[in-house]
Design a protein around this ligand. Structure first.
Ligand code: AMP
Ligand code: MG
Length: 404
């Protein structure tokens, strides 16, 4: 058996970045840019006022009164310097006139209509934003490999960029296998179950920033499985659930081999999600995951999600791992590491975690209650309060103190 890390490392070596495309700037959100973005100009472009107030030369002024001889709104520039002893009324963002270096805010003066009198101490250079203090022309402001968040989108726009290049979204084909499967929308009938994996998986693809392509259900025959897998090779990668074990009707490995792929099959040393097959088929990564709904989702988290992220240029491939205090005694009696669905909360500035109860890998409800995976080593017994490692799957789900 291989460890989770060994299987991840081997798989990720095969994953290479996809091509890039140009998108309109805010559609670049949550995508990675392959280019350095260099400031084409200083931001701000000129010294300007940080307040609504009065601009003047600090050195040329004596006493604490100034005659106001002009008005400068944002969007305009002063045409003439401001003479010594005079001030110009200025709005936030307007460029400082030549010779001015200081702004006194409106609320710090008395104004008789012609003259202003300071009512607070004025320091040379106050309330002025200097040219280039935010960004200097020629600097790399957003390096290649950056994930674009709303602030990067704003900065690209401030630099005049309307269509940045980003890695394109990975198209991930999803195939369910099994004669027992019906699509949602059909009434359950004896011996049949509803295909939920395709949809939890499609949502996991979307959540990773990819683009799911649903291939439907392959019945348990070699021919049908080959046909569906071939169709999936039009996408960038293919994820298959079910049919990967050693049952009489498990055709996934044989189908991949028939199509010319060489399959690496692992029994990964983890519960759930143990059977995992991976192949490069006609240059495309193919993942075959366990059929049971929890095993499939957990294996997707561990192996497929990081691959999608890497193909889209992401550098941080794994979910955050935190230490959390167990709310109750928790044991793993088995001989494999157990990823136990956990409910993580924050209290007294610490993470706490309890299990979602029954951990049968067929019970999708155990995923619904949880927002993390507790990593329990083989054959351990923990007391309440012990610290364990928890993989945070869903930061927003009922984590806050207020939600308790
Ligand atoms: P398999 O790996 O094909 O032997 O499937 C293992 C278990 O997972 C069986 O109980 C299947 O009925 C169930 N299963 C397989 N595929 C799906 C699916 N697409 N949706 C929900 N359950 C599934
Ligand atoms: Mg099956």
């Amino acid at each position: 058996m291989v460890t989770i890390e060994e299987a991840q490392r081997t798989i990720l070596e095969y994953i290479t970045p996809l091509e890039t495309e140009k998108v309109s700037v805010f559609q670049g959100l949550n995508r990675v840019t392959p280019e350095d973005h260099i400031a084409p100009w200083d931001i701000p472009a000129a010294d300007n006022s940080a307040m609504d107030g009065y601009a003047f030369s600090h050195a040329a002024q004596s006493g604490d009164r100034l005659r106001v001889t002009g008005f400068l709104p944002a969007g305009e520039v002063a045409l003439a310097p401001v003479p010594a002893g005079e001030a110009i009324k200025i709005m936030t963002g307007a460029p400082l006139p030549a010779d001015c270096d200081t702004v006194v805010p409106i609320e710090d003066v008395l104004n008789d209509g012609e003259w202003i009198q300071f009512t607070a101490k004025v320091k040379a250079g106050q309330h002025v934003r200097k040219r280039g203090e935010d960004i200097q022309r020629g600097n790399v402001v957003i390096p290649a490999g950056s994930l674009l968040r709303p602030q990067e989108i704003g900065m690209l726009s401030a630099m005049g960029m309307t269509t940045p290049a980003v890695y394109r979204r990975a198209r991930v084909a999803i195939l369910a296998t099994g004669d027992e499967l019906l699509e949602p929308g059909s009434a359950p009938s004896p011996g049949k179950i509803i295909n939920s994996n395709s949809y939890s998986m499609a949502a996991q693809v979307l959540d990773a920033g990819g683009d799911p392509v649903l291939l439907g259900i392959a019945p348990d025959t070699l021919e049908a499985t080959c046909d569906k897998i071939s169709a999936g090779l039009n996408a960038d990668m293919l994820v298959i659930t079910g049919g990967v074990s050693v049952g009489d009707r498990d055709f996934v490995k044989e189908a991949i081999e028939t199509l010319g792929g060489s399959v690496t099959f692992w029994k990964v040393n983890v519960k759930p999600g143990k059977p995992l097959a991976f192949a490069m088929l006609q240059g495309k990564p193919v993942f075959a995951l366990a059929g049971n709904p929890v095993g499939a989702m957990v294996a997707f988290e561990l192996f497929v999600r990081p691959s999608i992220l890497k193909s889209m240029g992401r550098r941080r491939l794994f979910r955050p791992m935190v230490k959390a205090a167990l709310e109750e005694p928790t044991a793993n009696q088995g001989g494999r590491p157990h990823l136990v669905r956990g409910i993580v909360s924050v209290r007294d500035d610490r993470y706490h975690v309890s299990t979602t109860g029954n951990q049968s890998s067929g019970r999708l409800s155990s995923m619904i209650q949880g927002n993390g995976l507790i990593m329990l080593a083989p054959e351990v017994s923990h007391a309440a309060g012990d610290e364990v490692d928890v993989l945070l799957l869903d930061r927003e789900f009922e984590m806050g103190e207020a939600m308790q």
